[in-house]
Design a protein around this ligand. Structure first.
Ligand SMILES: [Zn+2]
Length: 101
């Protein structure tokens, strides 16, 4: 049995709302939860990255490309920006959070 928090009337566990005042009843009572509440829908984030390579571009151009992209990602989703250089070949990696599919 569930007890209505609003009017203290008792309802069977199968009901989601009070038969008397139609107020919402608390979910579960130490009993197995009904199947419809088993999987809460929650937006999840996953890490992703975008690589900018500078074979035909200067560091300046490469950085502004990465900066442009980082701006579209937004500060709340930006993890970090790393860069390295290998024999004049510049690489900038922008790490960011994206919505999981
Ligand atoms: Zn009630």
């Amino acid at each position: 049995m569930k007890t209505c928090p609003r009017c203290n009337e008792s309802s069977d566990d199968q009901f989601d709302s009070c038969w008397k005042c139609s107020g919402p009843l608390p979910a579960g009572n130490g009993l197995p939860a009904p199947s419809h509440s088993a999987s809460p829908v929650r937006p999840r984030k996953r890490a992703a990255f975008k690589i900018f390579r500078g074979v035909f571009i200067t560091w300046e151009g490469l950085c502004s490309e990465a900066a442009e992209f980082a701006s579209t990602v937004g500060p709340q989703n930006l993890i970090t920006i790393s860069h390295s250089e290998d024999q004049g070949d510049g690489v900038i990696t922008v790490w960011f959070w994206t919505d999981a599919v």
